[in-house]
Design a protein around this ligand. Structure first.
Ligand SMILES: [Zn+2]
Length: 354
């Protein structure tokens, strides 16, 4: 693994990292939606910084590079939750168990823990306060920073304030808006944005040769290429139908927007909520237009959407669609995702109760 393995739209940020003359920061926040290649970026960055050749790419031959790939590099430390470690089999999952609770404790729980705990942070601190073993520095990867529970985040803050001199922290975050502001402010931020559609499609077509539906996959994945690959492999975007159901309940005032927002965002990223909402509004608009101009056969699902469409005019629908698009662009950024969703749901309900 080296910089050739980076996702193409992240290569520029990688070059920028190594060409920066003032690379003084000891903590970096890799922020953006999941599905953009931040994990690969963190892995390649860590490998390159640990490489004994000290260039702007990992050499792949030195002792450090060999240990890195085998999952046994003594200067790489990974903190991630038990849940993430069980669910995603990648290089980080090979390093993470060092700081996870042992099996006897984990077995007592019904479900794997989704948090990075204070014990994990406490366990890593003595390890990073000694000199690196074989490389010029130590790297601590947190995947993801929003998994830190509040005690763990506060405990980590102290280390970020006065980091040991040869230590670099890489905090991966899919929802940087949810992090403690004090945590964010101690990090240099590297933002990952949804790539240009043409570039994403070019990559997706090379990744999925022979598939004719890559345009559709990319749309359903809200423009996030790795997520489009996951969809192609049969993974579902969580609960599209549940989100549509909630939008209908809001229109009929069966639920209040604040409760609905909290419930929706509990275990789903904002972008995964807004993408189905866009599709939902798009369908209402399409059906409203079609039923205006001619009579078509309708199924029950369509009738529900037509009823909603009848209660609104085109201008209201298009304005709302625009607002959701703006929210989606801002999702994962510095704004609070929960507040953004609350606003979108409140304005949706208001359309029906003027
Ligand atoms: Zn090397």
């Amino acid at each position: 693994m080296n910089k050739q393995d980076l996702l193409p739209w992240t290569q520029q940020a990688f070059e920028a990292f190594f060409s920066a003359h003032d690379r003084q920061a000891h903590a970096y926040l890799l922020a953006g939606h999941s599905g953009l290649g931040k994990t690969v970026f963190a892995e390649v960055l860590a490998k390159t910084m640990l490489c004994q050749e000290q260039g702007n790419d990992a050499c792949g031959r030195c002792h450090s590079c060999q240990l890195f790939e085998s999952g046994t590099h003594p200067d790489l430390h990974v903190l991630q939750s038990e849940k993430r470690t069980l669910e995603i089999a990648n290089l980080l999952a090979t390093y993470a168990p060092r700081y996870l609770e042992d099996e006897s404790k984990r077995k007592k729980r019904k479900n794997p823990s989704a948090a990075i705990t204070i014990d994990q942070v406490r366990d890593v601190i003595p390890d990073i306060n000694t000199r690196p073993h074989i490389s010029a520095c130590r790297i601590i990867i947190l995947n993801t920073a929003e998994d830190l529970n509040i005690n763990a985040a506060n405990s980590l803050l102290k280390s970020l304030e006065e980091p040991p001199s040869e230590c670099f922290f890489l905090l991966i975050s899919h929802q940087a808006g949810r992090l403690l502001p004090t945590l964010r402010s101690r990090c240099n931020r590297i933002d990952f944005r949804t790539p240009d559609k043409a570039l994403a499609l070019k990559w997706l077509n090379s990744r999925l040769p022979g598939r004719s539906d890559t345009v559709d996959l990319l749309d359903r994945a809200a423009g996030l290429p790795l997520r489009a690959v996951a969809l192609a492999e049969g993974n579902q975007i969580p609960d599209e139908s549940r989100i549509v159901h909630t939008m209908l309940q809001l229109a009929n005032r069966k639920i209040d927007p604040v409760t609905a927002a909290a419930e929706m965002i509990k275990d789903t990223e904002l972008v995964d909520i807004l993408a189905p909402i866009q599709v939902f509004i798009g369908n209402i608009i399409r059906l409203k237009f079609v039923t205006h101009t001619n009579s078509v056969r309708k199924n029950d699902d369509d009738r529900v959407l037509i009823d909603i469409g009848n209660r609104l005019n085109f201008k209201e629908l298009f304005t709302y669609l625009d607002n959701v698009s703006v929210s989606k662009q801002l999702a994962g950024g510095p704004l609070d995702d929960l507040l953004a969703l609350e606003n979108d749901l409140i304005s949706w309900q208001k359309l029906f109760h003027k």
